[in-house]
Design a protein around this ligand. Structure first.
Ligand code: ADP
Ligand code: ZN
Length: 433
């Protein structure tokens, strides 16, 4: 089933024309409402009249997460405060979080694109669907929630945690679909097995998995252990939240809702646009957003774009799975973690050398983070009490900065391997093929 064939199956010419018109309008809008963009465009000698077709997008400035942080909290907002009806924030980055305001129309677009995704997965009004992304400032929970309601299926706002109770609900309410991170899906499978419940005793048949990178191997594992079919869903809070792109029944790349989010692939070094099919950094322009529209937002996610017809009938561009990042961001239990955050905490405490290593792993399907740090010689002692206190101080501080718990290991001075070139601070043992 296709929710909105008018948009999802548009001819390429019509789509490009629509994108061009929307881009023109968008550029006028941000030029007159966001000083940040007006200044950038003036510095580049570009005026809104220079933007006529979608190809003119290359004349426009890029936007980065740093720009959002520098203009914290509402500097890039285009709509007046009275028009903003909801605010979300992106998790765990250094310094200020990223704040995103939505107008009523933005929320309607978000529900629409989420409904397109769910329909592509085969979800219908007959389904009972559990949203097990976190509810709150994170976009996952509420984003998926309103998509399910808009479709007309029954939403169970289970959120995360309380997994045993959740499994009972899945059984008792005959829940047929679930949206969660692939890690949580595996954890759910494991808990199911622990409780001795057979997958045949539950009615789950479809899963919308995203918010973190995952692999085909993980898909197979989740599918066989939960007895459902798993689909990829991609999104990011700066652009909207979940629902930017979605897999169809073909599962050969994710269709981008490109009437709302215009994709480009660029070379992260030269910032030049790359031809279709080449791997590079994914960039999005929000063609219809009112609250915080963004021009050429650099996602730092690496992937390729695929054009050409898809047997499902949709004509939209597809993106491959995310194969990596052009920055060093890690996603641990769904939370964005930058090694630089750990570094800043270590540097602010005089007990430690600036020598540290993050070891990320997946144990029993849950991501783990170990932080090894060298203690300065003057602070290193065999007094267990003082060492434990030092460890606790660092753990607490890391928890408050990262929003996730890290297992701190205090190391002897000089014990962490020094690197000759670029410092290596991360060992990610989660195998992502
Ligand atoms: P947070 O609130 O945790 O910061 P964001 O919306 O900012 O959440 O996270 C968006 C990022 O999550 C994307 O840029 C991408 O790196 C990752 N992501 C989201 N969905 C997927 C997916 N399906 N596959 C791979 N990575 C994903
Ligand atoms: Zn398709």
């Amino acid at each position: 089933m296709i929710w909105n064939p008018n948009k999802e199956c548009m001819s390429r010419e019509q789509m490009r024309e629509l994108q061009g018109k929307r881009l023109q309008k968008l550029v006028q809008y941000v030029y007159h409402n966001v000083p940040f963009y007006r200044n950038k465009m003036q510095a580049m000698n570009v005026s809104p009249e220079d933007i006529v077709t979608i190809d003119d997008i290359v004349k426009l400035p890029f936007t980065t997460k740093q720009d959002l942080r520098d203009n914290y909290p509402y500097g890039l907002q285009a709509a007046p405060a009275s028009e903003i009806v909801r605010v979300h924030a992106s998790s765990g980055t250094t310094g200020n979080p990223t704040i995103v305001g939505y107008t009523r129309k933005d929320l309607a677009v978000w529900s629409e694109v989420m409904t397109r995704c769910l329909t592509a997965y085969g979800v219908t009004r007959e389904d009972t669907f559990s949203v097990s992304y976190g509810y709150g400032l994170f976009t996952g929970g509420l984003g998926a929630h309103y998509g399910v309601e808009n479709l007309g299926a029954t939403v169970i706002p289970a959120s995360t945690g309380n997994t045993e109770k959740h499994i009972h609900l899945i059984k008792d309410l005959n829940i047929t679909g679930i949206a969660c991170t692939p890690s949580y899906a595996l954890y759910l499978a494991e808990t199911l097995e622990k409780l001795g419940i057979d997958k045949k005793d539950i009615g789950l048949r479809v899963g919308a998995f995203g918010a973190e990178p995952w692999t085909e191997d993980m898909r197979k594992e989740i599918e066989s252990r939960l007895g459902l079919k798993g689909y990829n869903i991609y999104g990011l809070s700066e652009i909207m939240g979940p629902g930017v792109s979605y897999e169809c029944q073909e599962q050969n790349g994710s269709h981008i809702n490109e009437d709302h989010f215009y994709p480009e692939i660029i070379d992260p070094e030269t910032l030049e646009q790359l031809p279709d099919g080449q791997q590079g950094e994914l960039v999005f322009t929000t063609l219809t957003k009112e609250g915080m529209p963004l021009l050429r937002y650099r996602t730092k996610d690496l992937c390729t774009l695929m054009t050409g017809e898809c047997p499902c009938g949709r004509t939209s561009v597809r993106m491959s799975r995310i194969v990596g990042r052009s920055d060093d961001m890690l996603i641990i239990r769904g939370i964005n973690v930058f090694p630089s955050q750990v570094e800043s905490v270590i540097l602010e405490m005089q007990e430690f050398e600036p020598q540290y290593m993050l070891i990320v792993d997946r144990v029993n399907n849950l991501d783990t983070l170990q932080v090894q740090v060298e203690v300065r010689r003057d602070f290193f002692s065999d007094d267990i009490g003082s060492m434990l206190a030092m460890k606790k101080k660092l753990s607490d501080r890391l928890k408050s900065i990262l929003s996730i718990a890290a297992d701190v290991r205090l190391m002897e001075p000089g014990s962490i391997e020094r690197s000759q070139g670029k410092g290596k601070h991360v060992i990610d043992k989660r195998i992502l093929k």
